[in-house]
Design a protein around this ligand. Structure first.
Ligand code: XIL
Length: 357
């Protein structure tokens, strides 16, 4: 596809600049270990990204290795300081996530104890970085229609004792603690054209509407967008377009928060695989960026050398049967731009300009 970028070497492009020209913020995950241990990768991040998010270092269970009251802020501080020193926007990921809640929380028997633990967690973490955070994923992945509730909320950890109001509590405390951070509900599996994902979209919209109606502070919705090149669920441009329009209709901004593309079912041939991955980025972004409420695109990593889809010790793909290393991100493991990078660059260049947010 010819576009305004043909003729340019992708290496010379800075995604952050192409995004910023359209009022978009482009960013990537990073970790404290990468900040201190991978200077070449850090250079690439500084060249390409206008925002960073800690991939794991701010997750509750990850910080709380030593039991209640014994949180390690070291790695989170490293990531926050890196953002501050380099004038990068910082996403906070995340204050509460069912999947990374410390085990002691599950032993708290009463409503009061659980509420206190949630309030402490939010005040401590969001308070520490007050004024520094562009947006916080306050509750990560709050819905699960398969759990069978009529409101589609995920059962288990927070809901069991506290009921749906745990969400309102969390967002209120987050707002009080850091009034300048945009507050986000972040969700996955709402991008594709399946009945399962349609049910998730319906439930997510209901939750967001309910929060808006009850005056719960909320600014944005995060669409994770973990995509597949081939072999994944079917994609419908009009479905996605309609859903993003519905979200925008609630007065929320939209952030694409964890974009990456698996190549687990793609042929082994690298060039073919890279093309299929790039096409999946294009397909998704061309629709998403048409919606002016979309203000941010974050890829879940920048280089294949640091991706949750690749097992780093062995450099094998977690999900490919043939064990070949996956190539899900814009830059390869040697930090060279791939067709995926050009696809993202082209989508930014072709996107309508919007007010930043
Ligand atoms: C993933 C990280 O990338 C992995 O390193 C970790 O082992 C598990 O979590 N949705 C999210 C992210 O909101 O926090 C997850 O990140 C990926 C799915």
């Amino acid at each position: 596809m010819a576009g305004p970028l043909s003729g340019h070497a992708a290496e010379t492009l800075a995604l952050r600049k192409l995004a910023a020209d359209k009022g978009l913020l482009y960013g990537t995950t990073i970790s404290a270990q990468q900040v201190t241990g991978d200077p070449r990768f850090v250079d690439l991040v500084l060249q390409q990204a206008g925002l960073v998010v800690a991939e794991n270092d701010m997750k509750w269970q990850v910080m709380n290795r030593g039991g209640r009251g014994d949180d390690d802020y070291g790695p989170a501080d490293t990531v926050a300081a890196f953002a501050l020193e380099n004038d990068l926007a910082l996403r906070g990921h995340n204050l509460l996530w069912y999947h990374r809640t410390p085990s002691w929380f599950f032993d708290l028997a009463t409503r009061q104890e659980q509420e206190q633990a949630i309030v402490d967690r939010i005040q401590q973490l969001a308070g520490r970085y007050r004024g520094m955070v562009h947006s916080w994923d306050v509750v990560n992945e709050p819905i699960e229609p398969k759990d069978g509730r009529s409101d589609g909320l995920r059962t288990g950890v927070f809901l069991e004792t506290l009921g749906p109001e745990y969400l309102d509590l969390a967002y209120r405390v987050a707002r009080e603690t850091d009034p300048t951070a945009r507050l986000v509900v972040n969700e996955y599996d709402v991008e594709f054209d399946t009945s399962e994902q349609e049910a998730r979209r319906t439930v997510l919209l209901k939750l967001l509407e309910r929060m808006r109606r009850s005056g719960t502070p909320l600014d944005a919705v995060g669409i994770q967008a973990h995509l597949s090149s081939i072999g994944g669920p079917p994609f419908s441009a009009s479905r996605l377009r309609g859903f993003l329009g519905d979200l925008a209709g609630l007065g929320l901004t939209i952030q694409i928060t964890e974009l990456d593309v698996t190549d687990e079912d793609a042929p082994a041939d690298r060039a073919v695989r890279d093309r299929l991955v790039a096409d999946a980025y294009s397909r998704f972004l061309d629709v998403a960026l048409d919606e002016p409420a979309v203000k941010m695109v974050v890829t879940w990593g920048l280089s294949d050398r640091h991706s949750w889809i690749v097992r780093h010790e062995t450099h094998e793909s977690k999900w490919r049967d043939d064990g070949a290393p996956s190539r899900p991100l814009p830059f390869d493991a040697d930090l060279k731009a791939k067709p995926a990078c050009e696809a993202i660059a082209r989508a930014f260049a072709n996107a309508p300009r919007r007010a930043s947010g």
